[in-house]
Design a protein around this ligand. Structure first.
Ligand code: NAD
Length: 499
């Protein structure tokens, strides 16, 4: 394992200019000065590279009022679905035209490798395009009703209506993508939005704000306020003019937000944490399965909600698979995202670095065997070398808790029943991955897994048309796919007596 260097000369001109800007909040189509500042830290160097606004309740109040006014204003409410679609497509084009800037910013703000950042930027444009198509396909039903009134006739139908102002709160792990997962269906449905990115990675969302203005969205349709969760986030989710909260983040914060929303009965969608199992049967293509299992946990340094953090391997191939995944982990190049040779970026901050290392250390103290070399990077950045640990117990914290880092627990299983029991023995229920060449086995196991998504003989790549979300402690509601629109629409029943 090598440690790639960190070299800011690789940053494009547009990104350098963007970092030097004074960043405020986008409210009612204008940039407003922030009342306080937050430092933006590049996790690969631990250096401050920019400042963003520390939004407070006053900023949030202004943003929500702007969104509320825009929701009722004919420039948005009377806009045809085709015109909403056109605006969204224009925004997607602008994202692509500014892909280099956005990828550069994601790279130094979140720490992810530049190549992965580029994929996410392209993916964000793809989600907008997919959702833009739904704007013109939102329909209700006509319902045949007969009432017990002789001689009378009735006609009934349902309509779907935008819920109103959406509070969208997103995490730092894939910042632009997470923002678009919320924005795209909300805009397609005709809602207006106040978006609060995570305080640890807001830059691409701020760059997106420029593009939203450029695309020509009416003022107030999308408002962006940066700041801390306790301050800006809480003011947003408790604001009386917000109709819907769409949250992606940790389970603890999601529960807290859900409590806060109870009194006002706001609609809530929660995309929360995970501890997803990868299950490898002895009849799998082991070469592909080993690579898939490694990618499932090490992509974005394990900072992905669906990360395959628990690897269950059928006993007869356990040693071979565990050693293969560890070998792959040891071959990965840790480094700053801007370095093209880097495959594994840092974690987001010092707190996460310490937390993740703590899990590895405690597991080793309890007797787990470390299968990876773990050369410690000599840098100020928040790097964590990948760890593959065997000899752990199903009840260990390492196996049960979301770590959100490049740490994999490997355990053996005997048969399908055993694999299903181990996979489901966890508080979370986000995703699972099965590797097997036996279709019968696969289709017996899929319905037994309690989670929102199962991928078979492939990594669980997101696709705009496929719903993402979970069950159990992973939350409820869905991002992406047609289903995601439901979270931004109310249903209205109309009953008409025609004679
Ligand atoms: P977090 O819960 O700490 O923060 C997420 C967002 O919530 C941030 O914008 C933060 O400012 C805001 N926030 C924090 N406290 C708040 C409060 N009291 N009121 C309102 N807003 C508040 O999560 P994180 O550490 O940024 O992100 C990592 C978590 O996100 C992981 O648990 C991961 O699994 C989860 N995640 C889930 C999905 C999914 O689709 N299920 C996708 C990505 C990440």
């Amino acid at each position: 394992m090598a440690i790639a260097s960190n070299d800011y000369t690789r940053l494009g001109q547009a990104a350098r200019k963007f970092l030097d800007r004074q960043h405020g909040h986008l409210i009612n189509g204008e940039w407003l000065r922030a009342s306080g500042d937050l430092a933006v830290i590049d996790p690969s160097s631990a250096q401050a590279i920019a400042t963003i606004g520390a939004g407070n309740a006053t900023d949030i109040d202004a943003a929500v009022h702007a969104a509320h006014a825009a929701f009722q204003h004919p420039s948005w409410s009377a806009l045809s679905a085709a015109d909403r679609e056109r605006l969204m497509l224009r925004l997607a084009d602008l994202i692509e035209q500014n892909a280099s800037l956005l990828a550069d910013l994601e790279c130094v703000d979140n720490g992810m490798p530049r190549g992965f950042a580029g994929i996410n930027v392209g993916g964000a444009a793809g989600v907008l395009r997919y959702m833009a198509g739904w704007a013109s396909k939102i329909v209700g039903d006509t319902v045949d009703v007969k009432m017990p009134f002789p001689g009378s006739q009735f006609f009934a139908y349902t309509t779907r209506e935008a819920v109103g102002v959406v509070a969208a709160i997103v995490p730092w792990n894939v910042p632009l993508m997470m923002a678009i997962w919320k924005l795209a269906p909300a805009l397609a449905a005709g809602c207006t939005v106040v978006l609060k990115p995570a305080e640890d990675a807001s830059l691409t969302t701020l760059a997106l704000a420029d593009l939203i203005i450029q695309a020509g969205f009416p003022p107030g349709v999308v408002n962006i306020v940066t700041g801390r969760g306790r301050e800006a986030g809480e003011a947003l989710v408790t604001h009386p003019l917000v109709s819907k909260i769409s949250f992606t983040g940790s389970t603890a914060t999601g529960k807290h937000i859900s409590h806060l929303a109870t009194d006002s009965l706001k609609k809530v969608t929660l995309e929360l944490g995970g501890k997803s199992p990868t299950i490898i049967f002895d009849d799998a293509n082991l070469e592909q399965a080993i690579l898939g299992a490694a990618n499932a946990i090490f992509t974005n340094s394990g900072q992905i909600c669906v990360a395959g953090a628990r690897l269950y391997v059928q006993r007869s191939v356990f040693e071979q698979v565990a050693a293969g995944v560890a070998r792959h982990a040891d071959s990965l190049v840790l480094g700053a995202g801007l370095d093209p040779s880097s495959q594994l970026g840092p974690l987001i901050n010092a707190r996460q670095q310490e937390r993740v290392e703590g899990y590895v250390q405690r597991a080793r103290e309890s007797g787990a065997s470390l299968l990876t070399q773990r050369h410690s990077p000599q840098t100020d950045g928040y790097f964590v070398a990948p760890a593959v640990l065997a000899g752990v117990d199903q009840s260990d914290a390492l196996v049960q808790e979301e770590i959100f880092g490049p740490v994999l627990a490997v355990l053996p299983f005997d048969d399908l029943d055993h694999a299903a029991a181990l996979a489901n023995d966890n508080a979370y229920g986000l995703a699972a991955c099965i590797w097997s060449s036996n279709l019968s086995r696969v289709h017996q196991l899929v319905p037994r897994l309690k989670c929102g998504k199962v991928s078979v003989n492939t990594e669980g790549f997101p696709h705009p048309a496929l719903p993402e979300g979970g069950t159990k402690q992973s939350g409820y509601g869905r991002d992406l796919g047609r289903e995601s629109l439901d979270g931004y629409l109310d249903s209205k029943t109309v009953l008409v007596r025609v004679s």
